[in-house]
Design a protein around this ligand. Sequence first.
Ligand code: RIB
Ligand code: CA
Length: 309
Amino acid sequence: MHKVVWDMDPGIDDAVALILALRSPEVQILGITTVAGNARVEMTSANARRVLEHLNVDSIPVVMGAANPLNHPLEDALSYHGPDGLGNCNLPPPRMPLHPSKAWDFLARLVLDAPGEITLVATGSLTNVAHAFSLHPELPGLLAGLVLMGGAYGLTPYGTGNCTPHAEFNIWQDPEAAHMVFNSGADIFAVGLDVTMDPAACLNRGHLERINARHTPAAHLAAQLVEYEVKYQGCCRMHDPLALATLLDASLLDFALTKVEVVEGNGWDRGVTRVLPSDSSGLIHVACAVDGPRFLGLFLSRILEEQDG
Ligand code: RIB
Ligand code: CA
């Protein structure tokens, strides 16, 4: 059982990953912090609560974080995720209140109270994580691990950019935060486009029909979220569910231990995650392969609440 605090920017795939997590006994979510990214932080904070309430989960605090990247204005992705950030799934506005803390204070408190026990999952830009690490430099070493969705490392043919031709959206959004986090000394497992853009790991219309045939609140919401992306993009990329899957079954992905440079600033190479010759220090685990069919089998078995596929 992984005790998890999850920083996210829901977003269709963050929400799909949250549904998966709530259907998976391998993870216990102690708290959700929200960051601006796919949408303004007020919307990502509402969306996290909307998903939890749809699934009748009222035990997980949702804590709002940064409204903007450290050094750049926010560039949202509502053109991809829909006007409500959740594929126009028409969930009602949230009723549960936000937790009163700031995300970075909440993250830090959880980890400081349980050194070595908490895994941080980050599926948005790394602004909140950078704030927490800046305020508490001891935090990276007190994490059980940091699993993040972000980057494009050129380790497979799919490892190129999705925000620019060279950079992945989460890292591009806040490259200064990513640069700081990647050099923090945390035990990082980075799941990037190299594996998440692999067609074998994406949901297609056939998968959607199976989800549509299952009449539960989880399957119904997952179907609505996936439907929007399949309709407008042709398939549903499982960026954030794949990051979470690292905690469900470590054998689903292979990781290379390597040094990574994050390019800061606002030039053509903003947010590029460049693999460097690896000396002995500052190495991170970067996903270099995925068993797409087995991942999708596990995902569907959890969402459809069938025996693990
Ligand atoms: O590049 C994909 C990532 O950016 C995903 O986490 C998606 O939700 C967006 O945050
Ligand atoms: Ca995300």
